[in-house]
Write a protein that binds this ligand. Structure first.
Ligand code: HEM
Length: 406
């Protein structure tokens, strides 16, 4: 057994410096696909000083499908909490939908699942297409700029905040708060993450007040009217639902968009192919390549074994989607960006279990619309510099990508 250097794969400097550590994962996956990851933050509330890395596609899928054995709640879903977080923050994170276990999870998820069905999402196409085209047209007029701010942020922000019922004047404010929470360890965030959390909760509660008096057809109204076995959502359950949707809706699709254009500009043959043929397989490959969520975690509810390694009850397992999506047991030639790749069973939205991304259909629609708009309106887009990544231990994000639109 080769002895590998002890690396914390949730070290925020790692992703910021080098992007997804896919070569490192490939070497380890081939020899010892489950290994111990030391972690120096969160000892006092996780009650441990590390977790098991699960690197194989097959193991991540199996764990994701077994919510009874693998809890999202015991130690939460975050594979890393921000440096200044305390036990109360871990407790709070367990109240998000994504941090619940069945049967609570099942009841809560049912409240919103019908809002994200293919039919519901399909109904947004016309409006979002027009908006995607406006965004790209405005960027084109500016000549050059930061692709992330000019293009990538806008469509995801508009889509989820419109659905929630947030007026447009407040969109940027809420997106900045979501950034501060999701990118808590990045020095460029505009708010302290805990202040951001409090501000988002306050904003959500003000909306709830209003919708109780003036119900409409937005998600906030759905949430305030929700009935779970005769009970309404508690204040906190409601607030965390809104926050999760704001973060999940903004932070992931934005990064898939930025990584996607970056991949195209690094692989001009693929950009030419896309412009000519618009292969329907494109969006999945962008999502696989980008893998916006590096990892989430589960905690073993009893002693078990993964890949020949014994995992004890109460120990954490980090599901590294960033490793699974480049696993050569599943993907031919995983390191090539190939928009014709088919099939493409990536795990960027999770491993098809109870928590599978509720917004996957919406994200796919947004990416389809934005890349079509880019190919139509700024076909000659070029890169003026390397992407600057977000400093984060779990989110594979881009904050700057200088481009010329002409
Ligand atoms: C859950 C990724 C877009 C809302 C998840 C999970 C991942 C993920 C990995 C956890 C899956 C698991 O644990 O099995 C992504 C990526 C996106 C994206 C890569 C874009 C490319 C969105 C959008 C929304 C959204 C646009 C907006 C509605 C959610 C919610 C959950 C979730 C609410 C929690 C579901 C649950 O716990 O039952 N997403 N997501 N996501 N996502 Fe997404």
């Amino acid at each position: 057994v080769p002895s590998f250097e002890q690396i914390d794969f949730t070290d925020p400097d790692l992703l910021q410096r080098g992007g997804l550590p896919i070569a490192e994962f490939a070497a380890r996956r081939a020899t010892a696909p489950v290994w111990w990851n030391p972690q120096d933050v969160g000892k006092e509330f996780y009650g441990d000083d590390g977790f098991w890395v699960i690197s194989r596609h097959s193991d991540i899928r199996a764990i994701s499908k077994d919510a009874g054995l693998w809890s999202s709640n015991l130690k939460g879903f975050n594979v890393r909490m921000p440096d200044e977080a305390g036990p109360e923050h871990l407790e709070a994170s367990k109240s998000f939908l994504i941090g619940l276990d069945p049967p609570e999870h099942t009841r809560m998820r049912r409240i919103v699942s019908r809002l994200f069905t293919p039919r519901a999402v399909g109904a947004l196409r016309g409006k979002l297409d027009a908006y995607a085209r406006d965004v790209v047209t405005a960027a084109a007029e500016s000549g050059t700029g930061n692709f992330v701010d000019d293009v990538a942020v806008h469509l995801p922000m508009r889509a989820i905040l419109d659905l929630l019922g947030v007026p447009e004047a407040d969109h940027q404010y809420l997106a900045d708060l979501a950034d501060a929470m999701a990118n808590a360890e990045d020095p460029d965030i505009k708010y302290n993450p805990f202040t951001a959390n409090a501000n988002l909760l306050a904003y959500a509660h003000a909306m709830a007040e209003d919708r109780r008096k003036n119900p409409t057809d937005d998600i906030v109204t759905t949430l305030v009217q929700a009935d779970i076995d005769g009970h309404a959502l508690s204040e906190l359950e409601f607030g965390f639902f809104v926050i999760l949707l704001v973060i999940a809706g903004n932070e992931t699709t934005r990064n898939a968009t930025s990584h996607g254009i970056n991949a195209f500009l690094d692989h001009p043959d693929q950009w030419e192919l896309y412009k000519r043929e618009r292969p329907p397989t494109t969006v999945e490959e962008i999502i696989r390549w980008a893998t916006p969520v590096h990892a989430f975690q589960r905690t073993a509810t009893r002693d078990t074994e993964v890949g020949g390694v014994r995992i004890e009850r109460g120990q954490r397992a980090g599901l590294f989607y960033s490793s699974a999506n480049y696993d050569d047991e599943v993907f031919d030639d995983p390191f090539s960006f190939d928009i014709l790749r088919d099939p493409n069973p990536h795990l960027a939205f999770g491993g098809n279990g109870a928590h599978f991304c509720i917004g996957a259909g919406l994200a796919r629609l947004e990416l389809d619309l934005i890349f079509n708009a880019l190919a139509d309106i700024v076909p000659d887009i070029t890169k003026l510099g390397a992407p600057v990544r977000v400093r984060s231990g779990w989110l594979h994000g881009v904050k700057r990508l200088p481009v010329s639109y002409r």
